[in-house]
Design a binder for this molecule. Structure first.
Ligand SMILES: [Zn+2]
Length: 937
């Protein structure tokens, strides 16, 4: 069964229809499966099935309990497999009688990152995702032994033996080119991706220091953690201590006296004997609790986070039901804060053509509203009771929210269509500045229409294709943004209408302050309320701190070229992060300052100074390292596609310029051709006529092609600054690596195919690793093409933000009954999923789907993901959504299909190779001073 698909991959066959017709027989066959495919009756005959059942009965099952990770037996250093999949592994877990690296299935290098990169590789994303997940069922990631970190769409256990979990910080190249010339010969960026609060498995970053007189002592006493006297980096496992109490810094190599109270005996191995009890000496990721000298105002105590809820209650927001949904969202958010962030304070302000402040003082019995009509020069009508502890004032908050609901629902006569968005944000800013003395906070704001009264009026009433840029061009919003930045205030914006709101301007403060933007273009209360409430609670639940400043330090020879950060103008200045969430991710481009010595190790330390939501000042220190080499083959083998992809995309965004999208797309193509030509010319050799993708970058072209089809890149004949484009643009700043990959290439999982008992069940006791039997890989890996959708099929689709359940009138009703508990006679067009929740029906398929939803949610840090029906000819959003899901088809803007794209890259590479048009390493002397200007799009 597998030869055909391999043949089609190897030959780059474009016959898309083939693989979906092919079915393999399965052991466990639910009744519904017999009715699924009118055209496939022969393949799905019970006879074949019986045969398969017997054959499979003998197969050793992979989840032998002896090897299952559980919290009890998880110990990173023990679990890390010494030779990834080269042998059956230390756990006695053969995946099946066939060798794991079965050479003809899904590309030759399956499961073995160390295999020679010259073989034909699968560039198919869906297969790659499941294969990699399967690989990490039986091994933990080991930063020392494994050549590249897993993709963000893979769940894995990782140990921290002095190098932090790659989810927290990862390099784009795990082997550092020894000089700029070799780096440029790869055409790849040398950079770092930092997600300081990514959820890791196991999920713990140890603290070093003292909290409120706790037992753990601050090392380095009142001065805070030990730091290098010269480069100011924080103590980390790569500091070397000598017998005479000196320490050598791993970043700048300076030898210095260790503080008197921070000395320790040195063991025979040269390690300090206290390394095991001091996390900063043994772990790559650590939180230092720091003394008051690290506070923004060193003489003042820090505060827990302050939230301001800002609600648009203008006519249109009330009419489409969004303002009511926002009130519900605030109610749920405040409940969450009471439960989980009990020290935080909240304020509530509503606005239309005036500002409505609410006094929430706990002594009050009912809410008091103060209206302010002076919008040009906003002021606070009262002080006491503006910010309150939500638990103490719960009854007043409830009354306020009830009053707002009643105003929205009943007082239609008083509704006004204008919104004073700019003045409202200024009011929230003033409130935070006054109450926190400039310590900062977070504004959560809804907006339903273009601001037309008060400060920050916008006059561009509709989208305009004549403006050839998408930058913020309104002085008020530029000034507002810089004010918010200096006061450490972030703003999350919830846009609840598809009407033009000039997001390039109103969204600019959100973009720069690292807030999150949510957009509900066709807000319908029934469909979107659950999503909005959920998004609002998520933005609070994912908040881990505020008032952050991030700095990356590297060993001598390398330095930060730029942080991809709008607010600092893509410079090398430290990044200010007014708000920090689990998703906050910063990409960094590095530059060479001198030639590096092959064989030496380069250290990287990202230090993030921040205040956690409860008001504790900390420094999160993330440490990693990599060896230097001048061997291009080794360098290519250790390229980390995820970080490369992110930096390529961030670089496109940085240089969007006049929005000439055809030109930008061409430059992306050229970039990919350059990279792959260099690989071909320098590593894989010229002899083969087949396309050879480096194993480490095999799905990069598919992801970059999909990026070219995103809303951001749609040609701008009619539109430059439309909501869709701007929303897409701003999201790239706040998306975590996992969300980005699912957005670029949504994952489609067919539910109508025959699944094994183990398929889509959790492998480990912690419910983190989802497994698919090897024999089912082909079935569950659906490429995102229209031709791969089967009439009568049923698919679960995840785009990083929402889950869609695809079915049509021919879908087996028994399957829908098992899945949703809906009677087979119930009309298909009337099926709804109340509140976006999949009901629990206790059937096998329902259980599998719930597992899948949980798995995806964990990957993108969401406790709930809405499930939305997706039915052709029934759901109005069907075409729009499918247009984004089917990213391998030729787009309506004629961007190439996946297979054709690969073929076209192949042709261009061959041309260049024939002309010897690539950088050769021997040209070295002439090119020594090439500066790393990576992607000049
Ligand atoms: Zn130093």
């Amino acid at each position: 069964m597998s030869q055909d698909i391999v043949a089609s991959v190897s030959d780059l066959s474009l016959d898309n229809a083939e693989p979906e017709v092919r079915r393999s027989a399965k052991s466990k066959r639910p009744t519904r499966a017999f009715h699924s495919f009118a055209g496939n009756a022969a393949q799905a005959s019970p006879t074949t099935n019986m045969y398969a059942f017997q054959a499979n009965y003998q197969t050793p099952k992979m989840n032998d309990n002896a090897g299952v990770f559980t919290p009890k037996n998880f110990n990173g250093s023990k679990l890390a497999s010494p030779a990834p999949m080269a042998s059956p592994g230390p756990f006695g877990m053969p995946m099946s009688p066939a060798p794991v690296g079965s050479p003809r299935l899904y590309g030759a290098d399956y499961g073995n990152p160390n295999a020679a990169p010259d073989s034909t590789s699968s560039y198919i994303i869906p297969s790659h995702r499941w294969e990699e997940q399967n690989l990490f069922l039986t091994k933990a990631y080991d930063a020392v032994r494994d050549v590249v970190p897993p993709l963000p769409t893979t769940q894995y256990y990782a140990s921290d033996n002095g190098i932090c979990d790659p989810r927290l910080m990862q390099l784009s190249m795990n082997m550092i080119p020894s000089d700029q010339h070799i780096r440029s010969a790869t055409k790849l960026p040398l950079g770092v991706t930092i997600q300081p609060f990514a959820t890791t498995i196991p999920n713990e970053v140890p603290s070093s220091g003292e909290i409120n007189g706790g037992e753990q002592q601050v090392q380095g006493s009142a001065e805070g953690p030990m730091r290098c006297k010269r480069c100011r980096c924080y103590i980390n496992p790569k500091f070397q201590f000598t017998y005479d109490s000196k320490a050598v810094c791993n970043i700048c190599q300076i030898k210095q006296q260790a503080p008197y109270d921070y000395s320790s005996a040195i063991g025979p191995n040269g390690q300090r004997t206290d390394a095991e009890i001091r996390p900063e000496l043994s772990r790559g990721a650590v939180d230092f609790i720091v003394p008051m000298t690290y506070n923004r105002l060193p003489e003042k105590a820090t505060r827990p986070l302050h939230y301001v809820f800002l609600i648009d209650v203008s006519t249109l927001a009330n009419e489409n039901g969004s303002s009511l949904a926002v009130v519900d969202g605030i109610r749920s958010s405040i409940d969450y804060i009471i439960e989980n962030q009990p020290k935080c304070k909240v304020a509530i302000i509503a606005y239309d053509n005036k500002l409505k402040f609410f006094n929430l003082k706990p002594e009050l019995e009912t809410a008091q509203e103060y209206d302010v009509n002076e919008l040009d020069d906003v002021f606070l009508p009262f002080y006491q009771g503006l910010f309150v502890n939500p638990s103490e004032s719960k009854h007043v908050i409830d009354d306020t929210l009830n009053r707002l609901s009643s105003f929205i629902t009943n007082d239609k006569y008083y509704h006004v269509p204008q919104v004073c968005f700019g003045s409202a944000v200024q009011a929230a800013e003033l409130a935070l500045e006054t109450f926190t003395e400039g310590e900062g906070g977070k504004i959560i704001c809804s907006l339903n229409s273009l601001p037309t009264v008060g400060n920050g009026n916008l006059y561009l009433r509709k989208d305009n294709a004549h403006l050839h840029h998408i930058k913020c061009d309104n002085d008020f919003y530029k000034k507002l943004t810089s004010d918010l930045m200096t006061k450490y205030i972030a703003i999350d914006l919830f846009v609840t209408s598809g009407g033009f709101v000039d997001m390039a301007n109103v969204g600019h403060p959100t973009l720069a302050t690292h807030g999150s933007l949510k957009y509900y273009p066709h807000f319908v209360q029934q469909n979107d309320e659950f999503k909005l409430v959920n998004d609002m609670v998520s933005t609070i639940a994912n908040t881990v701190g505020y008032q952050g400043i991030l700095k990356l330090r590297c060993s001598t020879g390398l330095a930060v070229d730029m942080y991809y950060n709008e607010a600092t103008g893509y410079s090398d200045r430290d990044v200010t992060l007014p708000i920090l969430t689990k998703d906050t991710t910063i990409d960094v481009l590095l530059k060479y300052q001198e030639k590096l010595k092959s064989g030496t190790s380069m250290s990287f330390q990202a230090a993030l100074l921040y205040t956690d939501v409860h008001g504790v000042r900390k420094v999160r220190s993330l440490n990693s390292s990599a060896l230097v080499s001048s061997n291009v083959r080794e360098i290519f083998k250790r390229v980390n596609q995820n970080s490369v992809l992110r930096i390529m995309i961030k670089d496109v965004i940085r240089t969007l310029g006049d929005c000439d999208f055809p030109k930008i797309r061409k430059s992306i193509d050229n970039k990919l051709v350059d990279i792959l030509t260099q690989y071909r010319g320098l590593v894989s050799g010229n002899s083969s006529s087949q396309l050879v993708l480096p194993e480490s970058l095999k799905t990069l072209p598919s992801y970059m092609l999909s990026f070219q089809k995103q809303d951001l890149m749609v040609p701008n004949q009619q539109s430059t600054r439309g909501n869709d484009r701007m929303y897409d643009l701003i999201r790239y700043q706040s998306m975590s690596p996992a969300e980005l990959l699912y957005k670029l290439y949504p994952q489609i999982v067919p539910l109508h195919v025959l699944l094994e008992e183990q398929d889509l069940s959790f492998y480990d006791a912690n419910d983190k690793l989802l497994q698919v039997e090897k024999s089912s890989l082909e079935e569950v890996s659906v490429r995102n093409m229209h031709a791969n959708f089967t009439d009568g099929g049923c698919y679960l689709i995840f785009n990083g933000d929402r889950i869609f359940l695809w079915f049509n009138p021919h879908t087996n009703r028994l399957l829908i009954q098992d899945l949703l508990g809906i009677d087979p006679d119930f009309p298909i067009n009337q099926i709804t999923l109340f509140g976006g929740v999949l009901p629990e029906t206790s059937t096998e398929i329902n259980g599998k789907v719930l597992n899948l939803i949980k798995y995806w949610g964990q990957m993108v840090n969401k406790t709930t993901l809405p499930v939305i029906p997706l039915r052709p000819n029934i759901d109005q959003y069907y075409s729009y959504v499918m247009g984004h899901i089917l990213c391998e088809d030729k787009s309506i803007n004629m961007v190439e299909s996946g297979d054709n794209y690969i073929l076209s890259l192949h042709r261009q590479i061959q041309e260049k190779i024939k002309k010897e048009d690539y950088i050769k390493i021997s040209n070295k002397s002439q090119n020594d001073d090439i500066h790393q200007k990576f992607v000049q799009f």
